[in-house]
Design a protein around this ligand. Structure first.
Ligand code: HEM
Length: 470
């Protein structure tokens, strides 16, 4: 038995060696280690802190190095200039790439998986749905979601698991961004099915009865049917309706987009919108808790806004109020940098590419390392310190890319920031929170978040403090 294993390992080494040496690449490939045959450096990447994995290699090999992750040879890049080449100036040579199981679950016609005309047509529609002028009108609906969820925290007799609660909040916001502020009855069923689909996102892609993947695929099929029915209902009523769905249906009137393309993109946007925002909000609460002086300054800013609302007939928050939350905005910017929940993204070379004196062979994955760039002391002095004031001056070009860069950059960045600001306004003016347990460890699910999803205890603030000028 052990002889067979030795022979298999030897053959895999041989294949990997041949692959690396073919077409005379060897001398021109970037430096780096391909690790063990087949598994490469996957185990190291997923067991070490991302900071350790990438910084060891950047120190050893420089800002561009090769590796082997999840069965694929890849090149990792950590300079802003190189990331810009891959994501912006030579983006046509590097196509987006995702595991086939993700594509099946979200739907192959979602914009993430495409380039060229189809991608730009969809991107314009999605961007118009989440542009500041489009989301301005949603402030009230988002605020209502916050006001509905926060009082439940206050009465909790057990710890509040921040990540879990933030996921619920960001999911509700994603639903109104997909279907509008007055979603139809049908969206309740869509919500339940989406939650079933979500359980399979990070499962092994084993498609037979009983597996999480199989259950998720079944939910995905039912979701298609429900979405088709809702599309049909809106079509029959003659009203395109609100949210991204409304915008896509208007386009459909011009026969430029099919029902399945609409369904895949609605699911895609819900997928992209909520775990990301929920993870970042969880980090904001952790950083504010750990940095009392920053929290105090945020409270001062938010109390000022609250006093203004009270003096103006106790009116609700507006978009313009959120534009005056300058310090809170910097806290969000610094959280996006410091936590860098998307440590990197994936592209694939569509041909052999000459790249900064090296060759990246066709089919190799290319990973721009967002986290490494955000944690470089060349661009962010003392990168390990949480310091929102660093954003009082704009960062150097291409050094701050929490929402990506180029054609595939995030169309939801303004919505994500808006929902965080609204949430923080109500949380800081009404409550205080205490993190339970002193552990500073991190868990991945799939994004890095404080261990245990940040259990907290929430305490109401005395109202006297809000009306008092600090
Ligand atoms: C703080 C929260 C968020 C973060 C950190 C984030 C980050 C990102 C990043 C880095 C990308 C680019 C990925 C790449 O180039 O491979 C991206 C793409 C995308 N994001 Fe976000 N995102 C967030 C919230 C949202 C929200 C709220 C929405 C929707 C309302 C959204 C929708 C999308 C979509 C549709 C794409 C794909 C764009 C394309 O392929 O052209 N994201 N996001």
């Amino acid at each position: 038995m052990s002889l067979i294993i030795i022979v298999i390992i030897f053959v895999l080494f041989l294949l990997q060696w041949k692959w690396v040496n073919k077409r005379g690449y060897k001398t021109r490939l970037p430096p780096g280690s391909m690790g063990w045959p087949y598994i490469g450096e996957t185990l190291k990447l997923y067991t070490q802190h991302p900071k350790t994995f990438f910084s060891i290699r950047s120190k050893r090999y420089g800002s561009i190095f090769k590796s082997h992750i999840l069965g694929c040879p890849c090149v990792m890049i950590s300079s802003p200039e190189a990331a810009k080449i891959v994501l912006v100036s030579k983006a046509h040579l590097f196509k987006p790439t995702y595991p086939p199981s993700k594509e099946k679950m979200i739907g192959p016609e979602a914009l993430f998986f495409h380039q060229g005309d189809y991608h730009s047509m969809l991107k314009k529609l999605v961007q118009s749905s989440f542009s500041p002028s489009a989301i301005k009108g949603s402030v009230h609906a988002i605020e209502n979601i916050v006001l509905n969820c926060l009082p439940k925290w206050e009465n909790a007799t057990t710890p509040i698991y921040t990540l879990q609660e933030m996921k619920k909040y960001a999911f509700e916001v994603a639903m109104i961004s997909a279907f509008g502020d007055n979603p139809e009855q049908e969206t309740q069923g869509i919500k339940c099915l989406y939650q079933k689909l979500e359980k399979g996102y990070n499962s092994m892609p084993l498609d037979f009865p009983g597996t999480p993947f199989h259950k998720a695929m079944k939910a995905r099929k039912s979701l298609n049917e429900r979405l088709r029915k809702l599309i049909e209902k809106r079509r029959r009523s003659g009203e395109s309706g609100g949210g991204l769905l409304g915008i896509l249906l208007k386009k459909q009137k011009l026969n430029e987009i099919s029902d399945s393309q609409i369904a895949d993109n609605i699911i895609g946007v819900i997928f992209a919108a909520h775990d990301t925002t929920a993870s970042v909000l969880t980090w904001v609460l952790k950083y504010l808790h750990d940095n009392a002086n920053v929290l105090e300054a945020v409270v001062r800013e938010q109390d000022g806004i609250r006093r203004k609302l009270q003096h103006e007939d106790k009116r609700a928050l507006t978009w313009d109020d959120t534009r005056h939350m300058l310090l809170t905005t910097r806290v969000i910017q610094e959280t996006l940098r410091s936590a860098s929940i998307l440590s990197f993204t994936f592209r694939e070379a569509v041909e052999d590419v000459e790249f900064q004196g090296y060759v990246i062979p066709k089919g190799w994955k290319v990973l721009p390392l967002f986290r490494t760039i955000h944690h470089s002391s060349d661009f962010f002095p003392q990168p390990e310190i949480f310091d929102p004031s660093r954003f009082e001056v704009p960062p150097k070009p291409n050094t701050y890319i929490p929402f990506g860069n180029g054609a595939h950059s995030c169309p939801g960045s303004e919505l994500a920031k808006l929902e965080m600001l609204i949430f923080l306004h109500h949380l800081t003016t009404t409550y205080r929170w205490k993190v339970i347990g002193a552990e500073d460890a991190i868990q991945y699910g799939p994004f890095p978040v404080p261990k245990g999803g940040l259990p907290i205890q929430v305490i109401p603030r005395s109202n006297k403090n809000i009306n008092k000028k600090i």
